[in-house]
Design a protein. Structure first.
Length: 116
């Protein structure tokens, strides 16, 4: 390999590792079946963003953009715990628990490393 090729390979592997570290939640396996764009954005806007947005961030949490989901939902046990009414403040606040298939979608998005 020439030096140039080695440097290039180095950049690519660093980018891959850095990208993975940034997006990876605990115990997730990358999957693109449920994405923010194809499912999660609508579930959040139907049920959560009224109280969790940039100007009204209840509990400091914003679920109104993909970037905000990565910081505010990632690796937080209370995110799925609240949705499952399981040991954390039950969400959506003051409304019925989300139906099982919606919760399963959110869970598989989290398990799939929260793809965009
Ligand atoms: C009607 C307003 C409202 C809606 C809708 C709502 N939340 Fe909340 N949420 C709140 C408030 C207010 C708090 C802070 C509660 C407290 O501290 O008592 C909160 C707190 C939370 C917390 C932190 C819980 C904890 O125990 O630390 C999470 C996680 C959360 N919400 C997720 C969600 C998700 C996910 C949805 C949609 C499924 C949602 N919320 C919908 C108002 C809402």
């Amino acid at each position: 390999m020439t030096n140039k090729k080695l440097v290039f390979a180095g950049i690519i592997s660093f980018a891959t590792i850095a990208g993975c570290t940034y997006k990876k939640a605990t115990n997730c396996v990358p999957s693109n079946i449920v994405t923010y764009t194809n499912a999660i954005a609508k579930i959040m806007s139907d049920n959560c963003t009224g109280c969790h947005n940039n100007s009204n961030a209840s509990a400091g949490l914003k679920f109104d953009s993909y970037a905000n989901m990565l910081t505010d939902a990632q690796n937080k046990p209370n995110f799925m715990g609240s949705i499952n009414h399981n040991g954390f403040k039950a969400m959506p606040q003051g409304a019925a628990k989300l139906d099982d298939s919606t919760i399963a979608k959110i869970q598989s998005w989290v398990n799939g490393c929260m793809p965009e």
